[in-house]
Design a protein around this ligand. Sequence first.
Ligand code: C2E
Ligand code: CA
Ligand code: CA
Ligand code: CA
Length: 279
Amino acid sequence: AKEVGRDNYAFFTERMDADIRAKLAIQAQLRGAIVRGEFEVHYQPQMCLRTGTMLGAEALLRWHNPVLGQVPPNRFIPLAEEYGLIAPIGLWVVDTVCAQIAAWQAAGLGTVKVAVNLSGSQFAHDGTVASVEQALRRHGVPAASLGLEITEGTVMGDPDKAVAALGRLKDIGVAISLDDFGTGYSSLAYLKRFPIDVLKIDKSFVDDVTSKASDAAIALSVISLAHNLNMRVIAEGVETREQVEFLAAHGCDEMQGYYFSRPLAAGAYTTLLREKRML
Ligand code: C2E
Ligand code: CA
Ligand code: CA
Ligand code: CA
């Protein structure tokens, strides 16, 4: 038994070492990633469930590193937060998105609304709001074309500061979405406190919305909750025709998901815009 214990311990420390090494490798590469131009923003269409038209997109960050290959955001975003690198990365995303919105405008493709994901520690920096305003001004983009997606985790660190920052952004016309709604600890309290325009029904409730009565009940409750609070509601992670029909029939405003499109590089998204592709 003693031997087994030792082996387990050896196995455990080995695995821990590997994990730490992997994290350190990401940390080392992450530092210069902006300067080396390794990030790219992809755009996932957000579709109106009443008219079938494309209303805008969610911006999703992609990182390709020559050493590590393609690293998924769920892997490097938490580490960027841990290492204090998320502020410059977040601002790079906002700036890149504003430049893209301006390019679409200049190409006569209208004013595309793009929602950017915001991390919690970005609110720890007093400069975030000013930097967002600056990016909008620099690219001549109306604030109404920019949205920000937050989670309960985003605002948990310093809720008072977050309320003030989000209030200021909402005042100038930036739309605020509450992401992953229903998966956190105190969603209802946040709804009361934060200036939210849009609720996003988390994929985990959408997956079985047509086959599980409890998930259907949750989705319908979120839709009426949002509407009673004068908010719009988006279902995320929509993958089937049946889900689209169910959500449309029950008054959900928008959808995004693989059923219509995966997140796309700017060029491919531009093609959808030109073709005025419908749901
Ligand atoms: P999220 O904000 O909840 O984004 C939705 C995720 O679901 C995205 O994964 C998207 O590609 C994926 N998705 C969309 N539709 C479907 C579908 O129909 N089926 C399935 N299976 N998945 C779908 P992604 O791009 O890997 O991003 C993961 C998370 O990383 C995001 O979750 C977000 O929390 C974070 N993230 C991505 N980009 C950024 C960024 O620029 N800044 C920050 N702070 N976080 C980001
Ligand atoms: Ca999101
Ligand atoms: Ca989400
Ligand atoms: Ca998520």
